[in-house]
Design a protein. Sequence first.
Length: 347
Amino acid sequence: MKLKTIADTLLNEASSPADLRTALNAFAQLCSDISGVIPDPSFDAWAEDSLLKDGVAISPEAAAHCVNDIQRTVVFIRAAYAAITAAKQRFTAGPIEILYAGCGPFATLLLPLLTKLNPGELVVHLLDIHQRSLDCVALLIGHFDLQEHRISYIQDDACHYQHSSNPHVIITETMQKSLEQEPQFAVTANLAPQLHARGIFIPQRIEVALCLAKLEEETAAFQRGNAPDPNALAEAGKRHPLATVLRLSPENAATLKQQASQNSHGLLELNPMQVTIPATADLHNFEAVLFTRIRAFEQHWLLDYESEITLPLRCRELTPLQAGDRYRIGLQIGSYPRFSVTQLRDE
């Protein structure tokens, strides 16, 4: 399958799930054959991950493996294309300058789209902490005869990199569910202020919500192919939203970082808030769970269970659930980002 055919299939809203999977499998195989990078979860002893001051930068193999998260990849590719289209309408003088941070070895969210765009329409900066990823992308650009696009390769840490201009579009998807482990917050806080005043940042918004859920029941329904509907579950009393514990956008990221406070472990925490366990019938049947929802751009969303990065994450620190118990919860930033939970006790 040719790269342009792959791009057409991925962008076509009428493509079936099977068509999308076939296209992404073909893309991964093409890129792997050319670059020599074989997609792999790479969970063994951190593999070749880079342990940064602001989170873990996963290895080239693990970054390539993200292609296999079908809905996630499709949503972000469609969002990137929609953002480029919108930017071309906003900035008619052209060209559109794009910074793609954490591009990995396949530059998955942009490489197929280059077949849909004319040379000269874009100036592309590919940024990654791993030089091997950049070397692989350069091989792919050459193989697919995309050299006429103006592409530069930058080896640096996106959490601290300072660009020489203000890009019209910034793309960065460096996250796990509930923003645990990877440096999505730090990258956003660093790069968003560098965006052009009328530019577009992808993703536009990330929300993490704390809920009480009957997780085993929801997971079983999901495995049967019935993705749980949060609103229907709430109306049926089978899920109880407690709080949105983080709203991250390019507009508020830098402010959240400036306002971070030290928690009881001596680590910086974003916008910590208090939650109280409600007196709910059958409380013992519920679990405290974090859900992640992502607005990549405009109508392109990833919701509960639609992707590996929007799967639920148990918040075990609230176990056992007791009505009236109060907790402090906030995203702890640093070398291993995660939500920190502290039980509040009356003096």
